[in-house]
Design a protein around this ligand. Structure first.
Ligand code: SF4
Length: 358
């Protein structure tokens, strides 16, 4: 499934990218929306192959990076106030909140369980009952269907002590915000998210904003092919949506996953680091699933907090800055001692720059 296209070479694609860039009247800037692309691009050293006229900036596709620190604060306060067990994916455990990270809380005696599948939450909830177990819900359309399936199972089995603290995000509304920025000429669209939502749904990018988008896989050749197509569309001034990841992504996506998302969640306003509150860019539990809403059922007062002003994650995940321009990068902020989420996450841009170089 991961084998990229046969007969196409990196050398040929790089040459074509150069040729299209030569025809561009001015430099072009694209945004890779997805954190997994950020890592793949740096791991393969692809930026070194791009002409000077081609710039690729990172976007808001790392779910941990776009989640505001009040989410971590709320989780820790909730666990303390309601004697709850927290359940999380590993990526979130070291993200700093204003009260410390989940790892700090666990080291101080807090009950924090790391799971690899949301379904593991059911056994954790059974083990700690009648105490509440709170799954920390962070992720995009790729992750949320598996959480929806878990909640469906919890509903069917009448699990009464499992909750979900929802900070889920969806990709279209932030893309609409970013597409208004004249400095961005197009988007390298996420492969995993598009496997769920498809490609038909991106047509607003060319139609309303005159910007192209290309869905890419994660092998180096996948990304080079998509970059070739992005540059070509931008230079030809013929904005369109191209699917260069056809072996995984279909025009209408995964209709089974979309159906379960629609059954369990409704769109809601969501707060994004770097972008603020964006209407209808999050997912809230609906109907019978509202009983699992940790925010409503296990209330806590969460003090207003602000990110460390020296940390530039907000600028980095909106493509306005690169990590090496942050004064803390590689000095006060490293993967062992992260100041912001972009250095913690396995999909974070700062972590990618630190690990593989700029
Ligand atoms: Fe924040 Fe660290 Fe990245 Fe600077 S290097 S923006 S402090 S995560």
């Amino acid at each position: 499934m991961n084998a990229p296209m046969e007969g196409i070479t990196a050398r040929a694609l790089t040459r074509e990218i150069q040729e299209w860039c030569d025809k561009a009247p001015s430099p072009v800037t694209f945004m890779e929306v997805c954190g997994t692309h950020t890592m793949a691009i740096h791991q393969a050293g692809l930026k070194k192959l791009f002409p000077e006229k081609l710039r690729l900036v990172s976007g808001p596709g790392c779910p941990v990076c776009v989640t505001e620190q009040t989410f971590i604060d709320e989780a820790i306060l909730m666990a303390k106030r309601h004697n709850a067990t927290l359940i999380t994916f590993g990526d979130l455990i070291r993200v700093p909140g204003s009260l410390g990270s989940l790892a700090n809380y666990r080291a101080a005696g807090g009950d924090v369980r790391v799971v690899y599948s949301p379904m593991d939450s059911l056994s954790v909830a059974a083990n700690v009952a009648p105490r509440p177990a709170v799954f920390l819900g962070v992720g995009f359309e790729t992750t949320v269907p598996t959480i929806a399936i878990t909640l469906k199972a919890a509903l069917q089995n009448d699990v009464s002590n499992l909750y979900c603290l929802c900070a889920f995000k969806t990709i279209h509304e932030p893309l609409r915000v970013l597409a208004q920025r004249p400095q961005l000429n197009g988007f390298l669209l996420p492969g995993h998210v598009s496997a769920i939502i498809g490609t038909d749904c991106y047509q607003y990018l060319p139609r309303e904003f005159g910007k192209p988008g290309v869905v890419a896989g994660f092998e180096p050749l996948d990304i080079l092919l998509a970059m070739r197509d992005l540059v070509r569309l931008a230079v030809q001034e013929s904005p369109d949506i191209i699917n260069d990841y056809k072996r995984v992504v279909r025009p209408k996506g995964n209709e089974t996953a979309l159906a379960i998302l629609a059954e369990v969640f409704d769109p809601c306003d969501a707060s994004w680091r770097g972008l603020g509150v964006i209407p209808k860019s999050g997912l809230a539990l609906k109907g019978p699933y509202e009983r699992f809403d940790a925010h409503a059922k296990l209330p806590v007062d969460v003090p207003v907090s602000h990110d460390d002003p020296r940390c530039k994650c907000a600028a980095i995940i909106t493509g306005a800055m690169t990590p090496n321009k942050c004064g803390l990068f590689g000095k006060d902020c490293t993967p062992d001692n992260p100041v912001g989420p972009c250095m913690v996450s396995s999909e974070g841009t700062c972590a990618a720059y630190y690990k593989y170089g700029a």
